[in-house]
Structures are given as structure tokens and as C-alpha cells.
Design a protein around this ligand. Structure first.
Ligand code: HEC
Ligand code: HEC
Ligand code: HEC
Ligand code: HEC
Ligand code: HEC
Length: 323
């Protein structure tokens, strides 16, 4: 209920904004008044999805400060634009995306994934008022990986070929696609009347566009299965990669595992640290074991997992083990 009323008031705000003559361009990309929907911007009718997208890394792909800084050092920065401000990738699947010339700040916009030869496509197919859309298998099941592969299958700059990892993974064998892990399921109406705010379609089994990444602690923690066993004079920490690709998945990121040994009164006896980084990643499906000398009298250990990048460290999970 709460989500619904927040959504309706969000729409009302949006409409107020849209009626003003000096209204800013729509946040959801180059949709206003241009093909494929002369009807309005994507956000006018898809407010919840547009809001999720606007907070995602895809929306910031062209404005992100680290990206800006990396380009400032290059003689031909345009060569990097294709995946960060793309033309619709469906028009040239299997080849690198072409660079979009207008509204580059919208990054990986709605049309980048949903437009195909001037028309919209999606998972369901629709002839509803607003625009028609072709049902496209590219948005369903294993096919959807081709959509992500347009940009995530190449080693370039700091980017690692995660799709290549995925193809050889147990996740792939189980049918766990990029979309299944990174875009959580949502059952809801997907379109709303731009004037009244009422849902203009049935409840759909769809997915959130709030792309999950390592900055979400629970999601980052889901990359690992960890265990600690006491073997004689040693503690053995085992870490298994549960993500669909190597972890971490980008140059400049690392995960730290800090182990604090404690006695029967929970007093600290000593601590040890180990880490994985893009230079020394946990490969897809890999289990790695780290050994620490057990302190005399150790009865329990607290493991703290942190994600580290750009000089800042954030705790992702903490777990206690005892014997
Ligand atoms: C084939 C598509 C593609 C091309 C071409 C491309 N990138 Fe990217 N870029 C990506 C993807 C995908 C990500 C996100 C990777 C991730 O989060 O793991 C990214 C992210 C980045 C980031 C963000 C890193 C961070 O720390 O957040 C930087 C910087 C970057 N790219 C620089 C470049 C530079 C420089 C070039 C040109 C030499 C370039 N990119 C060309 C696909 C591309
Ligand atoms: C005037 C309202 C309106 C505007 C503007 C609009 N849409 Fe839609 N859209 C709809 C309606 C209505 C549906 C059908 C919903 C349903 O059947 O559940 C829909 C469905 C969709 C679907 C699902 C189609 C499928 O095959 O699964 C996608 C994807 C989509 N829209 C993308 C966009 C994009 C991208 C834009 C901006 C370029 C946009 N829409 C602009 C009203 C709109
Ligand atoms: C047109 C190119 C393109 C396509 C297609 C694309 N991505 Fe991305 N993706 C990027 C870029 C560029 C970034 C990095 C943005 C940045 O950090 O500056 C990125 C970042 C990400 C991130 C990192 C999120 C975070 O918070 O760190 C994830 C996860 C991701 N993409 C998943 C996907 C999935 C899943 C698909 C397929 C449904 C997909 N991408 C399709 C270009 C693309
Ligand atoms: C089984 C679940 C799962 C599958 C399948 C999966 N991922 Fe991930 N992905 C994760 C987890 C968990 C993380 C967080 C750990 C990390 O940052 O490396 C992550 C991180 C990422 C990142 C961010 C890397 C960084 O350091 O910023 C990108 C980009 C990404 N995945 C893209 C993809 C793409 C593309 C696919 C499909 C080929 C895919 N993922 C398949 C679970 C999954
Ligand atoms: C990186 C690619 C990508 C981008 C960018 C993207 N989408 Fe999607 N979209 C998808 C995928 C994949 C699905 C299918 C999810 C599923 O399995 O239901 C989808 C589904 C949809 C649907 C159908 C409802 C649902 O939940 O399945 C609508 C409507 C939609 N997108 C609208 C938009 C709008 C509006 C934008 C921009 C604000 C946008 N999308 C940006 C990949 C993308």
C-alpha cells in the first residue's frame, strides 16, 4: 500500500514538472517527443521503472566521475563512448555498440536496451495505448545474456569480460542469468496513465531496474559462501565464489576478510587479514582456503567481510563461528 501511494504522488510531482514550460528534459533518456514514442517520455508512463533506472550505474555511465577522469587522460576519448552512451544495442548484437551523438549524459538509456530498428521491444509484447511493443525472447531466459554481453564481454580499460566467465559457470548450467541475479523479481503493473496515475496494464511478473551491485551489502555478501574449520593448530577459512563470474568483477575493487580469534570469554586473542582483488580474484566457482595459526585457547572467531574501493571501506557482512 505504502509503495503504491508513494508512487502515485511521485507521478503527480512528475506531471507538475512536465507542465512547466521550463521543465528539465526527462531523466529517462532521449524519449520526449521523439520516436519511438511521440506520446511522451518513458518516465511519464513507467515512473517506478524510470526511478529505479535513474539511480542505477547504467544511468550514470557517462557522468560518473571516475569515467570522466579516465577519459580526460586520453587522446581519442570518443573511442570509449560506445558502451557508455550507446545507440540501441539490439541493432548490432554481436558487435560493439555504436556511439549515440545526442543526450550522451543519459548513459545506458531505455532505448539502449529496448529499441530495435525504431520500435520498442520487451519481454511481454503489448499493443496497449502509448506504444506497441514486440515480445522479444532477448528479454527472457538465457537469451537475455546476449543483451548484457553487448557491453560486459570485453576486457577494455578497467572492465573485465564477465560474460565469458559466466558461460563456463555452474550458474549458467543452472540457468541463472545476469538478469536473474542483478534485477530482482517484482510483480506489479508496469505502466501507468500519465494523467490519472492509474495502472494501465495487468500485474506482470517482471523485474526491478534497480541494478544490484557490490554497493548493496546483502547482495555483495551473496557472492560468497564462507566457512571456518579448526584443524589442529590451524584455522582454515574457506571462501567459495557463488556469483556468476570472477569476484571482484572490476579493476580497482577488492574484498577483505578479517578474522578475529577469541577465547571462551569472547576476549580478542589475535587477528589476521586476507583479501581478493581484480589482480588476484576468486575465479568463477572457485573455493579458496586460507590458513591461520590458531591462538592458544581459541573458542570462536568473528569474520568481517568488507568491500574496498576508491580509498573507502564498507562492511558487507559479519559472521561468528565457534567450536
Ligand atoms: C565494450 C564496452 C565498453 C567500452 C568500449 C568501454 N567501456 Fe568502460 N565500462 C564498460 C562496462 C560494462 C563497465 C562496468 C564494468 C563493471 O562495473 O564491472 C565500464 C566501466 C568503466 C569505468 C568505471 C570504473 C569504475 O571504477 O567505476 C571506467 C573508468 C571506464 N569504464 C573507462 C573506459 C575507458 C577509458 C574506455 C575506452 C578506453 C571504456 N571504458 C570503453 C564497458 C565499456
Ligand atoms: C503514454 C504512455 C507510455 C509512454 C510514454 C511509454 N510507454 Fe511503454 N508502455 C505503455 C503501456 C500502456 C504498456 C503496456 C503495459 C502492459 O501491457 O502491461 C507499455 C509497455 C512497455 C514495455 C513492455 C513491452 C513488452 O513487450 O514487454 C516496454 C519495454 C516499454 N513500455 C518501454 C518504454 C520505453 C523505453 C518508453 C520511452 C521510449 C516508453 N515505454 C514510453 C505506455 C507507455
Ligand atoms: C550499452 C552497454 C551496456 C549494456 C547493454 C549493459 N550494461 Fe551493464 N554497465 C554498462 C556500463 C558502461 C556500466 C558502468 C557504469 C559506471 O559505473 O560508470 C555498467 C554497469 C553494470 C553493473 C554494475 C552495477 C554497480 O552498481 O556496480 C551491473 C551489475 C551491470 N551493468 C549489469 C548489466 C546487466 C545485467 C545487463 C543486461 C541486462 C547489462 N548490464 C547491460 C554498460 C552496459
Ligand atoms: C549467481 C548470481 C550472479 C550472476 C548469474 C551474475 N552475477 Fe554479476 N554479481 C553477482 C554478485 C553477488 C556481485 C557482487 C560481487 C562483486 O562485486 O564482484 C556481482 C557483481 C557484478 C558486477 C560489478 C562488478 C564490480 O566490481 O563493480 C557486474 C558489472 C556484474 N556483476 C555483471 C554481471 C553480468 C554481465 C552477468 C551475466 C554474464 C552477471 N553479472 C551474472 C552475482 C551474479
Ligand atoms: C541494461 C538494459 C536495460 C535498460 C537500460 C532498461 N531496461 Fe527495461 N528491461 C530490461 C530487461 C532485461 C527486462 C526484462 C526483465 C524481465 O525478465 O521481466 C526489462 C523489462 C522492462 C519492462 C517490462 C516490465 C518488466 O518488469 O519486465 C519495461 C516496461 C521496461 N523494461 C521499461 C524500461 C524503461 C522505461 C527503461 C528506462 C528508464 C528501461 N526499461 C531500461 C533491460 C533494460
Amino acid at each position: 500500500m505504502r509503495a503504491r501511494s508513494a508512487l502515485v504522488s511521485g507521478l503527480a510531482l512528475l506531471l507538475l514538472g512536465a507542465r512547466r514550460d521550463d521543465a528539465p528534459p526527462p531523466a529517462a533518456g532521449r524519449c520526449a517527443g521523439t520516436a519511438p514514442t511521440a506520446a511522451g517520455s518513458c518516465a511519464d508512463c513507467h515512473a517506478p521503472i524510470a526511478t529505479e533506472w535513474a539511480a542505477s550505474a547504467h544511468a550514470k555511465a557517462f557522468t560518473e566521475p571516475r569515467w570522466r577522469a579516465a577519459l580526460a587522460r586520453l587522446a581519442q576519448p570518443e573511442r570509449c563512448h560506445g558502451c557508455h552512451a550507446p545507440e540501441p544495442v539490439q541493432n548490432r548484437l554481436g558487435r560493439p555498440p555504436a556511439t549515440r551523438r545526442e543526450n550522451q549524459d543519459a548513459g545506458v538509456d531505455c532505448a539502449a536496451c529496448h529499441e530495435h530498428r525504431g520500435a520498442l521491444t520487451g519481454p511481454f509484447g503489448s499493443s496497449a495505448e502509448g506504444h506497441s511493443a514486440d515480445a522479444n525472447p532477448l528479454f527472457r531466459g538465457a537469451e537475455s545474456v546476449h543483451l548484457c554481453a553487448a557491453c560486459h564481454d570485453t576486457r577494455i580499460g578497467p572492465v573485465l569480460p564477465l560474460v565469458r566467465d559466466w558461460r563456463a559457470s555452474r550458474a549458467a548450467a543452472r540457468g541463472e542469468t545476469c538478469v536473474r541475479c542483478h534485477m530482482p523479481r517484482e510483480e506489479r503493473s508496469v505502466a501507468f496513465d500519465p494523467v490519472g496515475g492509474a495502472a494501465t496494464g495487468p500485474l506482470r511478473e517482471g523485474r526491478s531496474h534497480a541494478l544490484l551491485g557490490p554497493s548493496d551489502p546483502d547482495f555483495a555478501a551473496s557472492a560468497f559462501d564462507v566457512g571456518i574449520a579448526k584443524r589442529g593448530a590451524r584455522l582454515e577459512l574457506s571462501i567459495t565464489n557463488l556469483a556468476g563470474h570472477r569476484v571482484p568483477g572490476l579493476v580497482g575493487r577488492s574484498f577483505e576478510f578479517e578474522l578475529v580469534q577469541r577465547d571462551a570469554g569472547a576476549r580478542e586473542l589475535g587477528r589476521g587479514l586476507t583479501a581478493i582483488s581484480a589482480e588476484n580474484p576468486l575465479f568463477v566457482d572457485e573455493t579458496r582456503r586460507f590458513r591461520f595459526a590458531a591462538e592458544t585457547g581459541v573458542r570462536s572467531a568473528v569474520l568481517t567481510l568488507s568491500h574496498v574501493f576508491a580509498g573507502s571501506r564498507s562492511v558487507v557482512a559479519r559472521r561468528e563461528f565457534s567450536w
